[in-house]
Write a new protein. Sequence first.
Length: 279
Amino acid sequence: MKGQDRDPLAASAMDIMNFFAHGLENLKWKLGTARTYKASILQLLPSDRRRTIAEDNAFKEFLSAMGSSSFKRIRNDTIDLTPVFQGLRDLGDNHNMDIKNLTIKTCFLLAVCGLLRPDELECTDAAQCKVTGDKLVLQVMFPKELRGGQMIIKPVVIQAHPVEALCPVKAFVEYRRRTADQDRHAIRPHPKREAYSYTPLLRQIRKGNLALGSERISKYIQEIMSLIPREEGHPRYKARALGATVALGKGNWSSPAIVNEFCRISRSLSNNFTTAIFS
């Protein structure tokens, strides 16, 4: 925080997580070094702030995640999204878009703005999703991540974008307008827990009562992701990594890894990542 006109003795949990992420990602600290710094930094803080940070759930889970496989480096490239913006605009307005293009667009925007994997989109329950104001709340049923070894239900908050072509909330609303009438026929056992029934959000193009699988969702996302220019030999970006990497340069984050990890911990994108990514 030095050089940023901020009081180091008023550091927040997020400040310290950013500091650790910078050290681990850019300075190649060993885990033991980060843990030593953690103890030293906390000792420097006033007792009330030290206690607040030490008891912060996100901070505790982040420290646990630092040494796990979930904290991994993502290529921090400069990404040109201009072709994506143009491609989304070329699709036209949501209301007049054909259902295939609307499905592709919805898959892409939810994946990027929600930092969601295709598997998580497949497991999203339409019956529990809702739009409140300019926010969309998705309920991901039993994603890959666990809590205490147990499967979870993960809420994900996605905010609107002022430009319709780039707005995940408006795409979702139009998609649901076209598919909601098939909900009662789409209810099915969850692919990861068959005793639990859910209404898959994303459906097949020709059979609106059948769920869209993660492989098809991934292919739809890549139809738009393939518009992003990349150097020869570089693999295509994944939507989740794209959202984290682009948001990296526009928010208070030290690395793409901390964006992914903090959003996983908080279960909610409280900052407007949609605007941060598509701006």
